[in-house]
Design a binder for this molecule. Structure first.
Ligand SMILES: NC(=O)c1ccc[n+]([C@@H]2O[C@H](COP(=O)([O-])OP(=O)(O)OC[C@H]3O[C@@H](n4cnc5c(N)ncnc54)[C@H](O)[C@@H]3O)[C@@H](O)[C@H]2O)c1
Length: 378
């Protein structure tokens, strides 16, 4: 199929390249001339495991091309993807100006029926606005499909090639079938292509982002929860037993939270050779891998450092947040270790005091007995 992809950032470039890899003829468009010149030579401006090799191969095999000419691209494509930026505005809302401008430009370029697929992350209802702009700009028929993207920077190719799910939203069943066909090579393992209305599809991306943010906030809060005072009473006392019991209960809650934190970190981390998703590994092993990643002079660190060096600001921010989250959980572990040592020490001191006082009592008793005996004898 002839495809056009507007925007060659993370999402557009990865989607366009992977669609070319699965046998389509893809033209990727960007307004950034420097980016397009570099891409024509097979150079990608950010590091994504496996992406540059795929771009080069598909360029050589002439299934992939790059241009700044949106009009010519729209005219030769049957499906046009929108993958431009939707930065956060000053009030926190998504700024969808690039999406709307692109929709208008597509409408003005159309010379026949087109399916327009929006991959940019947009608020629910944006597909209707795209539809209205297209209708105002062209008299040719078209269909609009909402297709949010769930890939993660650092594992983008892997995520696109093996998505957990593909979400397609729209009311034109023929257009949905066409886009579904494009994704079928990527879901051979049986992962679902979920079909719904456009608003639900747009909302699903925000729901997924919200879930991730909630998990991260949860673990950060858990890591900051203080325990009660270490009891003075020592090992065998009732207070100490109650304290230990409360700690065990809290740690039981915390350990599943820590596990989910580790899972988030590993899911958002590029592995070597495109391998990722170590959710089944024991927590201790996951810690070891993560620590190696930050330890310098290990292959894990070098992969990570390369990703860091090539990330744009947002990617760097994501990495910094991940380091902060790891740091918090490591600090929390250390704190717990100290606390255990403190409790052991308190109980050892109490035991020693008890035994000293027992000895002193015994000595005093012996002295009393001695005095009594000598008095009796005299
Ligand atoms: N990066 C991610 O991990 C990720 C994941 C899922 C969804 N998304 C969403 O996908 C969308 C794209 O994200 P991204 O990270 O690829 O953005 P990006 O900012 O890296 O890239 C956007 C590209 O679009 C180009 N562009 C802007 N206006 C254009 C126009 N009129 N014509 C042609 N090109 C134009 C820009 O020059 C830029 O190269 C956003 O809505 C984002 O929220 C991003």
């Amino acid at each position: 199929m002839n495809l056009g992809v507007i925007g060659t950032g993370y999402v557009g470039l990865v989607a366009g390249t992977c669609f070319a890899e699965s046998g389509n003829d893809v033209t990727c468009v960007d307004i950034d001339e420097k980016k397009i010149s570099a891409l024509k030579m097979g150079r990608v401006s950010f590091y994504e495991p496996g992406l540059e090799e795929l771009v080069r191969r598909n360029l050589e095999e002439q299934r992939l091309s790059f241009t700044t000419d949106l009009k010519a691209t729209v005219r030769q494509a049957s499906v046009v993807f929108i993958a431009v930026g939707t930065p956060q505005g000053s009030d926190g809302a998504a700024d969808i100006e690039q999406v709307l401008a692109t929709a208008k430009a597509i409408g003005q370029a159309m010379d026949g029926y087109r399916v327009i697929v929006n991959k940019s992350t947009v608020p629910a209802g944006t597909a209707d606005r795209i539809r209205a702009l297209l209708a105002a700009a062209t008299s040719h028929p078209f269909a609009v499909v909402a297709n949010p993207e769930f890939l993660k920077e650092g594992a983008a190719v892997e995520d696109f090639m093996k998505p957990d799910r593909v979400v397609l939203g729209g009311d034109d069943s023929q257009a949905i079938e066409l886009v579904k066909e494009l994704y079928e090579p990527f879901v051979r393992t049986g992962n679902p292509i979920l079909i719904m209305d456009a608003r639900s599809a747009e909302m699903s991306k925000y729901a997924a982002n919200g879930m991730l943010a909630a998990k991260i906030s949860f673990i950060n809060n858990m890591a900051g929860l203080p325990d009660g005072e270490v009891p003075q009473g020592g090992g065998g006392s009732e207070v100490a037993a109650a304290y230990q019991q409360a700690k065990i209960q809290k740690d039981a809650v915390r350990s599943s939270a820590l596990a989910s934190l580790k899972q988030i970190q590993l899911e958002t981390t590029s592995g070597q050779d495109g391998e990722h998703g170590h959710g089944d590994l024991p927590l201790s092993k996951q810690y070891e891998t993560e620590i190696k990643r930050y330890a310098g002079n290990t292959p894990e660190y070098q992969t990570w450092a390369r990703v860091m060096a090539a990330q744009n600001d947002r990617g760097a921010m994501v990495e910094l947040l991940k380091i902060k989250a790891l740091d918090l959980s490591l600090q929390e572990r250390q704190y717990r270790q100290w606390e255990r040592m403190e409790a052991q020490l308190a109980s050892a001191v109490a035991a020693k005091l008890k035994s000293q006082s027992r000895k002193a009592d015994a000595a005093a008793n012996a002295a009393v007995r001695q005095t009594a005996t000598s008095k009796l004898g005299s």
